[in-house]
Write a protein that binds this ligand. Structure first.
Ligand code: BYC
Length: 333
C-alpha cells in the first residue's frame, strides 16, 4: 500500500514536470515567433542549446581551418599589395573564429572542449576547406565563390534568434563582403590579363564551382536539421533556397568575367526567373564529410601541430592568471 502511494506520488510529480516543461517550451516558441532574441541567461530547451553549439562551433572551426588554404599563398603573393590584402583577409578569418567561439561559450561549452572536438575528429568544419589551392587564381576563386557563398548563408544568420550569434554575424558579414570583393577583383585582373592568366582563372572556377555549391549542405530532403532550425529561427532559409540564390547571383558575375561555369546543364529558366543547374555529386560531398576529401588529413594535421606549438602560450597565460588571482586574494585579505 505504502509503495503504491509513493509510486502514485512519483507519477504525479512526473506529470507536473512534463506539464511545466511543455509550458516553458510553448512560452519559448512564442518568444521566437514574436522575433524576440534569446539571450544566454534565458531558459531554452536543451535541444536548442545543443543545435546552436553544434552549428556555431562548426562555423568557428570552419573560419580557423579556412585560414589554411589561403595562408598557403601569403608567401607567394605576386605583389606587395596582394600580400597585404591576403594577410588582412586571413587575419579577419581568425577574428571570425574568435567571435564565434565566444558566442558558443555563452551557451556553456568551453573553447578548449570545442577545439578538442575539432582535433580528435568529432566536430565537423566546412567541406570546402578540404580542397587544395593549386594556383594563385585559387585565392581569387575562394574570395569570389567561397566568401560569396558564406555571405549568402550568413546574412540571414544576422537575424538568427540567438542574440550573441546574430550580433557576431553582423561584423562577420561586413568583413566577408570585403573578402568577396577582393576575390572578384583578383579574378577580374586575371581575366583582363594574358591568355595564361585567363586560363588560370577558368581552371580555378572549374575546380571551385561544385565544392562551393556543396557548402550549402545536403539537399533539403536529406538535411536532418533544417526543419527544426527553421522553426527556431536559427536558419531562415533552407540549404536549397540559399544554393539557388547563390547560383542566380554568381552566374552573371562569371559571364561578366568572360568565364564559363563548368555545368553543361546550366540554363536560365524564363518562367521561374532562376538558373537551373546540373546534379551535384553528393557522393563526393559525403566522402569529404567522412574525412576522405583531398586535404582532410593535411588540414587536421596542420591544426594539431599549431595547437601543440601554442601550448606554451596557453601555459604562460594560465600561470599569469593564477599569479594575478593570488595577488588579488592577498590584497583582499
Ligand atoms: N560541410 O542537416 P544539415 C566560412 C553537415 S565557411 C561540412 O543541413 P544544418 C568561411 C551538418 O553539419 C562556411 N558539414 O545541417 C569562408 C550536419 O552534420 P551533423 C561555414 C556539413 O546545420 C571563407 C549534416 O551535414 N559556415 O564562413 O542544418 C573563409 C546535415 O546537414 C556541410 C557556416 O558554418 C558542409 N558544407 O545546415 C573562411 C555557417 N553542410 O552536425 C571561412 C553556419 C552540412 O549533424 N552553418 N554539413 O553531424 C550553417 O548555416 C549550417 O550549419 C549549414 C548546415 C548550412 C552548414
Amino acid at each position: 500500500m505504502y509503495t503504491q502511494g509513493l509510486d502514485q506520488q512519483g507519477s504525479q510529480d512526473n506529470t507536473e514536470h512534463a506539464n511545466a516543461d511543455r509550458e516553458r517550451e510553448a512560452a519559448f516558441q512564442a518568444r521566437i515567433d514574436g522575433e524576440e532574441k534569446i539571450e544566454p541567461r534565458d531558459w531554452m530547451p536543451e535541444a536548442y542549446r545543443k543545435t546552436l553549439v553544434r552549428q556555431i562551433s562548426q562555423h568557428a572551426h570552419s573560419e580557423i581551418v579556412g585560414m589554411l588554404p589561403e595562408g598557403n599563398w601569403i608567401s607567394r603573393a605576386p605583389t606587395l599589395k596582394r600580400k597585404l590584402i591576403l594577410m588582412a583577409k586571413v587575419q579577419d578569418e581568425a577574428g571570425h573564429g574568435l567571435y564565434l567561439y565566444s558566442a558558443a561559450e555563452t551557451l556553456g561549452t568551453s573553447r578548449a572542449d570545442m577545439v578538442d572536438q575539432l582535433l580528435d575528429g568529432r566536430a565537423k568544419y566546412s567541406s570546402i576547406f578540404n580542397y587544395p589551392t593549386l594556383t594563385w587564381a585559387d585565392v581569387g576563386a575562394i574570395g569570389w565563390l567561397v566568401d560569396g557563398a558564406a555571405i549568402m548563408n550568413q546574412i540571414p544568420l544576422c537575424r538568427c534568434s540567438y542574440g550573441p550569434y546574430a550580433r557576431a554575424m553582423v561584423r562577420v558579414c561586413r568583413e566577408e563582403s570585403f573578402h568577396q570583393r577582393q576575390g572578384y577583383e583578383l579574378m577580374l585582373a586575371l581575366c583582363r590579363g594574358n591568355d595564361e592568366q585567363k586560363r588560370m582563372a577558368q581552371d580555378a572556377l572549374n575546380r571551385w564551382w561544385w565544392p562551393s555549391l556543396m557548402m550549402f549542405g545536403p539537399s533539403d530532403n536529406e538535411s536532418r536539421h533544417t526543419a527544426q532550425s527553421m522553426a527556431w529561427k536559427i536558419k531562415r532559409f533552407s540549404n536549397d533556397e540559399l544554393r539557388q540564390k547563390f547560383v542566380d547571383t554568381t552566374v552573371p558575375q562569371a559571364e561578366y568575367l568572360g568565364l564559363e561555369v563548368p555545368d553543361p546543364d546550366l540554363a536560365f529558366d524564363e518562367e521561374s526567373g532562376h538558373y537551373r543547374f546540373g546534379a551535384i555529386d553528393w557522393e563526393e560531398f559525403f566522402a569529404v564529410l567522412k574525412g576522405n576529401g583531398p586535404c582532410n588529413r593535411e588540414r587536421i594535421e596542420a591544426r594539431r601541430s599549431a595547437h601543440e606549438e601554442g601550448r606554451w602560450v596557453r601555459d604562460a597565460a594560465r600561470a599569469y592568471a593564477r599569479k594575478q588571482a593570488k595577488r588579488a586574494a592577498a590584497q583582499a585579505a
